[in-house]
Ligand binder design. Structure first.
Ligand SMILES: Nc1ncnc2c1ncn2[C@@H]1O[C@H](COP(=O)(O)OP(=O)(O)O)[C@@H](O)[C@H]1O
Ligand SMILES: [Mg+2]
Length: 309
């Protein structure tokens, strides 16, 4: 699918199109941002209604999981002002230029992309610490995505800020696929519903009207014990309320905090249930059909039951 170059509709897409006149015209991605590329780039937004649900943790782990399988991956922090992704990825000391610098032309994209030290095909674009929430714009975002597509990236993961404001809108705008991160509790589920509404109305794909953004739910901080006591909603409940398929369930675990303190995405802590749950999610993203795991409380050993440990 190619973009019409002379659109009369003044959607952000049309504005971006005229602004992106100098962007490479000979490349393509699944959403049809460009046409003619030798391989397809998939743009995945990791988004949510509520903040603090696990988007950055998820973005870092999915990016690593895809790169571990040889995919060329860029992960972009859209959460301007906060800059969490570089900490979780453990590259905060190597940030010289950021996403806003690239958009403002202070540096090239190549100068700003940080190559991961563990995985050869993984790159990070850090968020700016500016307080100016208008530092990102749709034309600039589009130019960066176009350049990554032209560079042959297989996946671009957009780590969104929470909510329904401009930053979140920009992060989802060009997405081919969306992972809506949700905690199994009423307020998070309710806010996810609003985000799903935006995905089906306020994205480039929705405006073009031909294909939808592929939507998935990712349940994080899932605690089987709290589901059993009724404090948390079950996977089935969340799925039924939101009417979207579940691509993974990530258990609640202290491993997430210790991994982020160490600057290692938790998926690389292979002994952890959380790492295995993220690995499963990556495999499902790549098309495998796997049952959900970690939905029950782990069985306690004989000694633990005897002595109450
Ligand atoms: N599966 C999990 N188990 C326990 N804590 C988690 C889990 N996922 C995320 N967290 C914690 O929740 C907080 C918010 O996570 P983060 O990924 O920064 O969310 P967001 O990007 O949505 O704001 C962090 O302190 C993180 O360590
Ligand atoms: Mg975040």
């Amino acid at each position: 699918m190619t973009l019409e170059t002379e659109s009369t509709v003044q959607s952000p897409a049309a504005q971006a199109e005229s602004a992106a006149g100098s962007a490479p015209a000979s490349v393509a991605n699944a959403s049809g941002l460009n046409a003619g590329a030798s391989r397809l780039t998939e743009i995945i937004v990791v988004t949510s209604g509520k903040g603090g649900v696990g988007k950055t943790t998820t973005s870092a782990s999915l990016a690593c999981g895809l790169a571990k399988r040889g995919k060329k991956v860029a992960v972009i922090d859209f959460d301007i002002g906060l800059r969490n992704l570089d900490l979780v990825m453990g590259c905060e000391r190597r940030v010289v230029y950021d996403f806003v610098n690239v958009i403002h032309g202070d540096c090239t994209l190549k100068q700003a992309l940080i190559k991961d030290k563990r995985l050869d095909t993984l790159y990070i674009l850090a968020a700016s610490q500016t307080r100016d929430k208008d530092a990102l714009n749709v034309e600039g975002v589009r130019r960066v995505l176009d350049e990554l597509i032209a560079d042959g990236f297989d996946y671009i993961i957009c780590d969104s800020p929470a909510g329904i404001e401009k930053g979140a809108h920009l992060a989802m705008y060009y997405a081919d696929r969306a992972i809506v991160v949700v905690n199994p509790e009423v307020s998070s589920v309710r806010d996810s519903d609003r985000v799903l509404g935006l995905l089906s109305s306020k994205t480039y794909r929705a405006e073009k009207g031909d294909t939808k953004v592929k939507e998935h739910l990712l349940l994080t901080r899932y605690s089987p014990r709290r589901v059993a006591t009724g404090e948390m909603m079950s996977v089935e409940d969340v799925k039924e309320i939101l009417g979207v398929d579940v691509i993974g369930v990530i258990p609640e675990s202290a491993d997430v905090l210790s991994a982020s303190n160490a600057g290692t995405p938790v998926i690389l802590h292979s002994q952890s249930d959380v790492a295995q749950a993220y690995e499963d999610t990556v495999r499902r993203l790549l098309g495998e059909d796997l049952p959900l795991r970690f939905l029950q409380e782990p069985k306690r050993g004989f000694l633990a039951r005897m002595f109450g440990g």
